[in-house]
Design a protein around this ligand. Structure first.
Ligand code: NAD
Ligand code: MG
Length: 364
């Protein structure tokens, strides 16, 4: 038995900017891994008041010998904005950090997006390392280089592409993650199976309870496989000119749920779980998958403890919120739909009646 059976590495092979995703239990206390992944002498650690008490001191200890500073931000999506980013710039300037410094994000997707944006823009761009602490951040937001903050009038309206130098996913930090956040992350994990990895989908159908029970080897496998899927798509299409849009499976419906409910009661993962069920139902309505395939998809989300239907929003409101989604081009709403469980397509080529029927079916 190797010392750390959960230890894995995925490489994101972007030409000239390739980087490793280190996956394993206890990586935060593994000085060699942390030191190897974080370049530079000056290091700013960015975290929030929920995560920092658990993990900040350990990360600082692993970076012994570097000149470190830290900034602990308030928790929550409401703080993912320019005013909060200013506190990160202030800290970088107060510490006297130059262009050779590194910004490290220790937290979920909110901290990763905000710290990444600060790294992309401080002195026109400094090195960035992600230490994701939610399942969603490990499998999704920390991989791929999208960074940014919200504007009062829209989510992620201000941002930049800025690839990290490394991602350190210490699975042990998931021990403190609330169940509901874990399940929300599973919605993105299942997405990778549905959109392009039928073998992984079959594994999830067999083993989803092991993930809910946080079995270390199951989590390691799911994080690795999800990162491999996302990395492959990002390498093909870094700037989302084509294939990367597949990652939006369930997201057009899901964003409408989040927007209509005011970005509060539903976690993103919950909204896109229901959204993926809606996309599957519509795919069945189109005859692209069978009703049994749809049932199979909905059953998996249900077993993961995730919603399989939207809240009662009403078809008209749904449509309004879907239309402002970024996937609408030239007035034609492009959706990610299923050709079969394990293969998705991005298309605006469907009869309008199929969308109408889908919204009507889920309105009740
Ligand atoms: P989050 O960062 O708000 O974290 C969820 C909650 O869990 C927070 O309260 C956080 O403090 C807490 N938490 C984090 N780690 C913890 C731990 N180990 N133990 C205990 N509590 C912990 O939410 P998220 O779901 O990680 O990320 C959502 C954000 O990610 C959104 O802003 C979204 O826009 C962004 N996102 C970005 C990308 C991208 O490609 N850049 C992709 C997907 C999502
Ligand atoms: Mg998402």
């Amino acid at each position: 038995m190797p010392a750390n059976p959960e230890r894995r590495q995925v490489r994101v092979e972007l030409p000239g900017r390739a980087y490793p995703i280190e996956i394993g239990r206890g990586l935060l206390d593994d000085g060699a891994t942390v030191a190897g992944a974080v370049p530079g002498r000056q290091v700013l650690l960015v975290s929030n008041e929920t995560v920092a008490p658990h993990y900040l001191a350990r990360l600082e200890a692993a970076l012994e010998g570097r000149l470190t500073a830290s900034v602990v931000l308030p928790d929550g999506e409401a703080h993912k904005r320019l005013e909060t980013t200013m506190a990160v710039y202030d800290q970088l300037i107060d510490a006297g950090f130059d262009r050779g410094c590194t910004v490290v994000a220790l937290g979920g997707g909110v901290i990763g997006d905000l710290a990444g944006f600060a790294a992309a823009t401080y002195q026109r761009g400094v090195a960035f390392v992600q230490v994701p602490t939610t399942l969603l951040a490990m499998v999704d937001s920390s991989v791929g280089g999208k960074t940014g903050v919200n504007h009062p009038r829209g989510k992620n309206m201000i941002g930049a592409f800025h690839q990290p130098r490394a991602v350190i996913a210490d699975l042990a930090v998931l021990d403190t993650l609330p169940d509901r956040e874990l399940r929300a992350g599973l919605a993105e994990v299942i997405k990778y199976g549905l959109l392009g990895d039928p073998e992984f989908l079959a594994w999830l159908e067999a083993d989803i309870e092991r993930l809910l029970a946080r079995e270390p080897d199951a989590l390691a496998y799911a994080v690795e496989r999800s990162c491999r899927n996302k990395a492959a798509i990002v390498v093909e299409d870094e700037r989302e000119a084509g294939r990367r849009a597949l990652l939006n499976l369930g997201h057009t419906f899901g964003h409408a749920i989040e927007a209509a409910t005011g970005y509060g009661p539903w976690l993103h993962g919950e909204a896109i779980a229901a959204g993926q069920c809606m996309a599957a139902w519509m795919s069945a309505e189109l005859g692209w998958i069978t009703p049994a395939d749809y049932e199979r998809v909905a059953a998996l989300f249900a077993r993961a403890g995730l919603p399989t239907r939207p809240p009662g929003i009403g078809g008209a409101a749904f449509r309004r919120h879907m239309a402002v989604d970024k996937k609408a081009r030239d007035g034609q709403l492009r959706l990610v739909l299923l050709r079969r469980p394990g293969e998705a397509v991005v298309t605006g080529d469907y009869p309008a009646t199929a969308l109408t029927a889908t919204l009507a079916h889920f309105e009740a």
